[in-house]
Design a binder for this molecule. Structure first.
Ligand SMILES: [Zn+2]
Length: 183
């Protein structure tokens, strides 16, 4: 399973400080709910973007639940689940700050994200209801997305609430956010 963890670092600082080595295990297993059962279980590499929009590789800490046998990876909150572009750049894009270097560098992908969000919105609304404000059918998907980000305070916080409260994301529902039998 995957959990998003709040970190106050940028992606660059996370890599520079090797923060993955200091990522603590979640107290409670997100699968079986047992306390203090998660043990260190290595790392895996994935990619996000840096402050100028360039791809940046970082390591994600994994833990193993010694009770239910599931592995839990702890994704730092600057990164999006299964998406390359980091949350800060996504937020700048939603706010229309197109002049920023990071937004320009990833403009193609960001537009694809916006299209995917628009396709996913009806399903997302069925899952979250009015949790992030009432959505008007006439409102553009991007405007609704911007409001949801504002309601949560940041794009990272919105994703975190979607994953942890609703077990979904801005683009789809992933198996890795659902409880499951031991792997
Ligand atoms: Zn467990």
């Amino acid at each position: 399973m995957q959990k998003l963890r709040r970190v106050k670092l940028t992606a660059e600082a996370y890599v520079r400080e090797q923060f993955h080595t200091r990522m603590r295990p979640p107290e409670e297993c997100p699968n079986c709910g047992r306390l203090h059962r998660l043990w260190a279980h290595g790392y895996y590499g994935r990619w996000t973007t840096d402050e100028v929009g360039k791809a940046l590789r970082f390591l994600v800490r994994r833990f193993l639940c010694t009770f239910c046998g599931i592995t839990v990876s702890c994704l730092p909150c600057f990164a999006q689940p299964y998406r390359l572009v980091n949350h800060t750049t996504l937020e700048a894009f939603l706010e229309g700050r197109d002049g920023r270097r990071d937004v320009q560098a990833q403009a193609g992908l960001l537009k694809r994200y916006a299209r995917r969000f628009a396709e996913w919105r009806p399903s997302l609304l069925r899952i979250v209801g009015h949790r992030f404000g009432r959505a008007s059918p006439k409102e553009e998907a991007t405007a609704f997305w911007r409001r949801a980000v504002a309601a949560c305070g940041s794009a990272a916080e919105l994703t975190m609430q979607l994953v942890h409260e609703f077990r979904t994301t801005c683009f789809r529902t992933c198996r890795c956010h659902q409880p499951s039998p031991a792997q």
